[in-house]
Design a protein around this ligand. Structure first.
Ligand SMILES: [Zn+2]
Length: 305
């Protein structure tokens, strides 16, 4: 499988770049969901973007991109960890049908109420401490444009994104203009046209090329005349963070009376993970034990499809 994220800077030029392409990770993330093609495209673009942003900001915690839609797609969520473990999910409104050619507007911004939130949730967050969240409007025609605006506002660095996804691959390119070095000597050496030139080169890439070609081929094709300083490549992969222990904590927070009423009504509590479809069941004995010990054990969820 060709899951890979490449990161590089342009030698002597204040531009940083990343190229990502996921195949196995993307297919594993979506295989049990059966999303329509336009939803796959949007969610895949968000997934590629989450990997690019997480790698770009080097933040010790989860980066979460969420779109709250006002059309056929109610919610899209992608979570990425600093080591590029990713998971993603979409919630659709069954009352709508989705046209094969539906884009961002038709899927999530029908009456202009769609919102995109980017959350940085530190892994060492203290109880009561709020994660940092930025909200971006969905004006514009693509996820890439919405996220370019976000990066411009939050990092004050000019950034360009190119994203693509289908049912097999999701992929993207990020270029970011770095602050110029302050002193004259450094400026004299700086390649002043680098930003215009590198973004013009990246813009020549077609969606098909982005999807079909491995990340290193894309990088070489676009920038073969440039001198690049490469970072160590990263491997994005799918991993869900759900577990029986987490669901147990959720049930504890609901309270005994609420959980008991579900047991009385349905004979058991059944929780299916939105991300990986793994199912956890708690019967009356499990629930009694959970509330006695205050823990369901932190065993990872086993997928039961
Ligand atoms: Zn899960």
């Amino acid at each position: 499988m060709s899951d890979r994220l490449l990161k590089f800077t342009f030698h002597n030029a204040p531009v940083r770049g990343e190229v990502v392409r996921m195949e196995g990770a993307w297919q594993a993330m979506t295989e049990h969901h059966g999303y329509p093609a336009p939803v796959m495209r949007l969610l895949g673009e968000m997934t590629a973007a989450a990997a690019l942003l997480a790698s770009n900001i080097k933040f010790a915690g989860s980066l979460v991109i969420q779109i709250h839609g006002d059309g056929p797609v109610r919610l899209l969520v992608v979570e990425c960890q600093p080591d590029l473990r990713l998971r993603a999910t979409a919630k659709l409104d069954a009352d709508f049908t989705i046209d094969a050619g539906a884009g961002l507007r038709e899927l999530v911004n029908v009456s202009g109420q769609g919102r995109c939130a980017i959350t940085l949730d530190p892994s060492d967050r203290l109880p009561g401490q709020q994660p940092y969240q930025g909200i971006v409007s969905l004006h514009g025609d693509s996820i890439a444009q919405a996220l370019e605006n976000y990066m411009r506002q939050s990092e004050q660095l000019e950034s360009r994104l190119w994203l693509a996804a289908d049912d097999r691959f999701c992929a993207g390119v990020l270029l970011q203009k770095l602050p110029d070095a302050g002193d004259r000597a450094a400026l004299a050496n700086t390649d002043v046209d680098a930003w215009e030139r590198t973004t013009a080169l990246a813009a020549t890439l077609t969606v098909d090329e982005l999807l079909e070609l491995p990340a290193d081929t894309v990088t070489r094709r676009l920038f073969w005349q440039e001198r690049l300083d490469h970072y160590r490549p990263q491997v994005p992969r799918f991993e869900c963070r759900c577990s029986r222990g987490r669901i147990g904590r959720m049930l504890l927070s609901l309270g005994r009376a609420e959980v008991d009423s579900i047991i009385t009504e349905q004979g058991r509590v059944q929780v299916t993970c939105d991300f990986c479809n793994a199912r956890q069941e708690f019967d009356a004995i499990d629930v009694a034990q959970l509330f006695r010990t205050g823990s369901a054990g932190d065993v990872a969820a086993t997928a039961q499809h």
